[in-house]
Design a protein around this ligand. Structure first.
Ligand code: AMP
Ligand code: MG
Length: 398
């Protein structure tokens, strides 16, 4: 089988994702989810014309002349009891309803209160000044949020504004994580200096958690398919690498197992009845890099997001980086900033076995297939490894 390009492999994965399922959740628990239905306003907000300032409600044509008589005090929550006649005004607080007869508000800073319950106003304002009209935020019947909206704190505020105590969101996928290899030592196994601690289960667990999903750790080699199964190790063509045949025997159809990337191949992907199976490489760095390129977009798509890829930004490379062209390469970098913008610093040795290169990284510098050695100071694309903001496209050239 040919080596797939990174983008062809991503397309294959995203094409295998089914339409997301919907569930109902409380407003307290929906941050970071995706709205599965349109949300409609059930009232006008504000419900009447309100003052935008603490000050005086006036008839604008009265301004520029004699002092005005204050006929009442209106606080937020009060209803006015008087209709303003010429020469009259009302003291009014922010958010309080503007009385009939008034067509503008003058802020308190532009007025002087006189002894005889009257107020001298030294400014002239136009009709409508400092009044927030009825329905300025929303009108009853308006669609205020569309299905597909990412639920941010601002969206939660709007949901509360329309008194949505529960709402429909896309369900989070169930994700299970499995490590394979006779050399592996589980977290609770006795210490054996000749074994390799199972780092992948925990690194992948955290990558899944960073997307708002709580995965199940299956430990070392047991199988229990879910919406998504992440298997690490054993996917290459070594004689002891049995994961691929085992997965195929479970009725999972393998769609690819080679991607032209570094680190990262062998990287396998298959679909079962209701399960997507990712065969991630055993090397911890490779496994994590493949997770970011293929599993992140798939899980985000399953949760109903349209922006499925990690954010990228442009940075300058701090020091030269050697490499051989031929595959898309993901170099682990730490970002700093100077007066010209972001600077990308390669995090030490880039061998795919050295997990510290990942532990110290903020992002992955992406080098296109045909890029040769990079000189210091050159402009590079860096995919961030963390954050809650995502983008529609990968943002890098392969
Ligand atoms: P494999 O893909 O199984 O050939 O593994 C490639 C390398 O990654 C080997 O050196 C393995 O020991 C190592 N490896 C595989 N799985 C894990 C794991 N869960 N945690 C840490 N290292 C692993
Ligand atoms: Mg192995």
């Amino acid at each position: 089988m040919e080596y797939l390009t990174v983008s062809a492999a991503q397309r294959c994965v995203l094409d295998a994702v089914n339409a997301p399922d919907v569930e109902t959740v409380g407003i307290e628990r929906c941050l970071g989810r995706v709205l599965a239905c349109d949300v409609t306003a059930n009232r006008d907000h504000p419900p009447y014309d309100v003052s935008a300032m603490d000050g005086f409600a006036v008839q604008s044509r009265d301004l520029g002349g004699a002092a005005l008589t204050v006929v009442e005090d209106i606080k937020a929550g009060d209803m006015p009891t008087k209709i303003l006649a010429p020469g009259q005004c009302a003291r009014i607080m922010t958010g309080a309803p503007v009385p009939q007869g008034a067509d503008a508000v003058v802020r308190v800073e532009d007025t002087q209160t006189l002894a005889d319950n009257s107020v001298q106003i030294d400014v002239v304002v136009k009709s409508g000044h400092d009044i927030r009209p009825r329905g300025e935020t929303m009108r009853s019947g308006d669609i205020v949020l569309n299905a597909g909206a990412e639920i941010t704190p601002g969206v939660i505020g709007m949901l509360a504004m329309v008194k949505c105590a529960t709402l429909q969101v896309y369900r989070r996928p169930r994700v299970a994580i499995l490590s394979t290899g006779d050399e592996l030592e589980g977290m609770n196994d006795p210490f054996d200096p000749n074994k390799i601690p199972d780092a992948n289960s925990y690194a992948l667990m955290a990558q899944v958690q960073s997307l708002g999903i709580e995965p199940v750790l299956l430990g070392i080699a047991r199988d229990d398919p879910d919406d998504v199964l992440l298997v690490s190790g054993g996917t290459s063509v070594g004689v002891h690498d049995y994961v691929r045949p085992t997965i195929e025997a479970l009725g999972v159809k393998m769609l690819f197992w080679r991607v032209a990337m570094k680190p990262g191949h062998p990287m396998a992907f298959g679909v079962g009845d209701d399960t997507l199976v990712f065969g991630l490489p055993g090397n911890p760095v490779s496994s994590m890099v493949c997770f970011e390129q293929f599993v992140v977009p798939a899980l985000r798509r399953m949760m109903g997001f349209s922006r499925c890829h990690r954010r990228t930004l442009q940075a300058r490379l701090a020091s030269p980086h050697k490499r051989r062209p031929g595959r898309t390469e993901f170099v682990r970098v730490k970002l700093s900033r100077d007066e010209l913008g972001y600077v990308a610093n390669v995090t030490g040795t880039q061998s795919s076995g050295v997990l510290l290169s990942m532990a110290h990284a903020d992002g992955l510098l992406v080098m296109a297939t045909d890029t040769g050695a990079l000189a210091a100071g050159i402009d590079v694309t860096v995919q961030l490894l963390d954050g809650t903001a995502f983008q529609l496209e990968t943002g890098y050239k392969e």
